[in-house]
Ligand binder design. Sequence first.
Ligand SMILES: Cc1cc2nc3c(=O)[nH]c(=O)nc-3n(C[C@H](O)[C@H](O)[C@H](O)COP(=O)(O)OP(=O)(O)OC[C@H]3O[C@@H](n4cnc5c(N)ncnc54)[C@H](O)[C@@H]3O)c2cc1C
Length: 656
Amino acid sequence: MPATSNATSSTSAPVAAHGAGAPAFDDEAFVYHINIALICVLALFVLLRLPRFLARFSDFSDFSGLIIRSVPPSQRRPTRRVEFTSSSQDDDRSGLPQLPSDDSHMMYLEKQHARRVGPDGNVVVSSYPPHVSSTPQFLRPTLLLLHKRLMPGLSFSHICVMAAYLGFWLYAGFYKANPFTDAVRFGWIAVAQLPWVLIFATKNNVLGFLLGAGYEKLNFMHRFAGRLTVLAVNVHALYYLYKWLMAGTFTNSIANPSNTWGLVALVCMDCLYFFSTPFWRKKAYNIFILTHIPSVSLLLPAIVLHKRSTFNWVIATVAIYGFDVLIRLISTHINRATIRPIPELGLTRVEIPTLNHGWKAGQHIRLRVFSTGMGLLGWTEIHPFTIASVSGTEEGMVLYCKKAGGWTNKLYDLARSTSNLESGIRSSRFFNSSSSPSSSLDVGRKISVMVEGPYGGPGHRLFHSFSSAVFICGGSGITFGLSSIQELHQKDLLGKSRIKTIELIWVVQDPSNLVPLLPQLTAMVQQSEPFTPLRVRVFYTRAVTGKVPFDENFFKSTRLTLSPGRPKVSKLIEEVIETTLLPSTPSGGGGGYGARGAMGLSGPGRKDGEKKKGLLVGVCGPVGLADSVFQEVGKVDSTRRDQVGGIEVHEETFGW
Ligand SMILES: Cc1cc2nc3c(=O)[nH]c(=O)nc-3n(C[C@H](O)[C@H](O)[C@H](O)COP(=O)(O)OP(=O)(O)OC[C@H]3O[C@@H](n4cnc5c(N)ncnc54)[C@H](O)[C@@H]3O)c2cc1C
């Protein structure tokens, strides 16, 4: 607020501070150069990620994940199939679907005779993607420290990035300046950070694209830069407020329009900060959002009206936001969706068959529902949900929305309100009335939805470039596991996935939670053969009071198990490493589990030769689950880690 008789420009205060004879210190130019230095550091990060960026886009199909679209069936890529050249198929004389069992080496024999066949009848030639490890081998020992979680969702590496950013602005604040007298400097520090605050927050931004990091991964920096900006604004303002109060000129000074707008900007900033605290974000997300938008809309013009020379900075900030809004508009679709309740899991399944292309496993969209059943203002809310289905299939987009609060509860109730249904329809795909106790709710309701995205996801990390994968999902985090595994299966049929074995660990509260997804999981286990065997382990954490809703012999297969308690993640990862290190089978499939693996099968045409390309650990669910998985992965012996080519953890958490 420098528009007073004492401090009228950005340069006048420093002149006074440094003595009448000292040359004026240009605060604006100084913070501008601080920003240039920050850009250089970020460019270095982008450069370090360049090999992964190039590896990702070396395959044109990896441009998918940028724009969701609707592809008519006639334009869909013909699917590949698996063909068996021996009589092994005839071995299954029962005609009933069987889960693969470790006790038999039948699948190994199948593998020997199985091959991927294209739509033209020709055998598919495998070509695996380049694998670029996130960390060179000699730096792997540092990962234990870098990934160590110091706070929920915040690792040591996050803290290092924040500390480096803080270092730049501390330097900016204290270089030839005194925070108690050089208030103008702090005004400029606040203004110069505005573009960063927006870059770290916007859903679509160039930095995230180049780094291969979704907005939700950069959000910690948005919060940190935002807090530093609020601090700088308050230091700037308090100096003048104190001075005017001491001099008894407050009323006169604040009446100056420039200072009035300065006060407005201060109130907006403090409002933003107050309503962004975890209390509001967790307890009343709507208030957090509703205060954010008007505060920012008023803040930016208020800054310019307070000091005209901030115009370029504010325009840069608006441009970043404008770009985001433009891309959001382009990536927004309004469609009809079918919603169905899944009582066992307390969630709503949302199916949007018309949107069937353009996302990658692990990405999420933001969903808005247009229905009076969501309340008068229900349409104003937009919520993120991970896509549970795989792109390019007839099924289209599928979401699972867990009851977590006001909006998701209303969505569930809407799906359940089967009475007076104008357009209730029976489900033919999802519910299996023989296995699901919820068959009475085997209906869907048509609603209009707005889908925006896709966002987030694996970025430059190519899941199919690894040697093996473990997915650890908590509750509704299974959405990530389902889509990732199906996508790997899809790539495998195209001969593009190097993954040899996949392990899915799903932690639920109650064994009955498994019931609705059992048909799908069983089918996935079956489809994973013969090339990339999948093992599914479900853990339930609550003591069962009644009867477990499964027949005693149901889990005779060791490829789909149900166990009480929590998974011992490090032990399970050790087991997967063991399997990965087994030689591949002739057709390039996994080394196999148990007896098959112990047979020590080997042969030509392996997926990864002798050198392993790493183990991917994908985790999805609450922040606490991701934190514990990072901790468990840290326990894996470093020799084993190197043998498997390194372990990379990819997290998709339902919060920030
Ligand atoms: C990237 C991402 C992916 C997600 N994927 C899934 C999924 O596949 N399935 C699933 O069941 N849940 C998912 N969630 C969580 C889901 O978005 C929230 O449970 C839902 O928004 C809660 O809204 P509510 O009004 O019912 O609950 P509220 O009581 O308003 O909030 C419950 C919790 O959700 C958070 N939340 C509320 N609204 C939003 C919002 N608009 N954006 C972000 N967080 C919000 C709040 O901070 C609070 O911690 C995901 C969240 C994120 C951030």
